[in-house]
Design a binder for this molecule. Sequence first.
Ligand code: SF4
Ligand code: SF4
Length: 290
Amino acid sequence: MKHITSSAREPQAWIAGIIRDFCAGPANTLQDATNERAWDEPLIGFAAGDDRLWQEYKEYVGPAHWTPAEIFAATFPDVRCQPADLSVICWVLPQTAATRRDNRQETTYPAERWARSRIFGEAFNTRLRIHVAETLSAAGHEAVAPHLSPLWARQDSDRFVISSTWSERHAAYAAGLGTFGLCDGLITPAGKAIRVGTVVARVAVDPTLRPYTHHRAYCLFYADGSCGECIGRCPVGALTQAGHDKLKCQAHLDQTRAYVQKQYGFEGYGCGLCQTGVPCESHIPIAGEA
Ligand code: SF4
Ligand code: SF4
């Protein structure tokens, strides 16, 4: 096995290389007849373990929402370290042009490529989280993927209906990778048709500058009251000017299972109609684009 060591001088480049190399490998597949690539080139960002946002999330989402230091300490109780010794490594996996094109044409159920990316693309994302955590740990930097921790849990929330102990999209926001849209999706420089992954590690990395000051900065609806095109893309009315109805959305996702099985022949689900056919599909939208 190739031995990978960290670079004291450029840990960002070392870690980004681990992520990029894995994405360029054979595991990044939709598992279709031609093993088509599931994801385009990843975007990568880093957040500091002592960023003020972690405490703000805890206060805003609820006390059960972890700071990086909490999930690290729960995973490595014998390792003494301070929040400032930790970094949160985040990546964005953009849907391919072919997957976005297919889903753009749908009005009720997901295109096959989209459903495959939801299942097999996310299985790749799981492998990527494990690979990053194991590679860093092998180089002496204890690391955990919070989303894969046996301690990770969803919970009912008075404020958010459903919340969880760790939100990868909120971590990506902290790592400068994007801001939230009307539909709750993260609008990134590669758009909103994406998935996110994260690892918390005891490694010193310069945090990525956040090029925004507000968590809704990139969404045209919040910026200037225009757009709202994701509202019309939702087949079940889960999106309104008031935001995202998670329960309606979840009910529709559950319903897509039978369709995916019947039409595409595998166990899966998905939707993502509000992530395609909208100005923020593949880039940060600009004023007047809607
Ligand atoms: S489609 Fe328009 S309103 Fe909806 S998230 Fe994107 S920019 Fe915001
Ligand atoms: S994922 Fe589908 S059901 Fe959920 S809000 Fe978007 S369009 Fe609506």
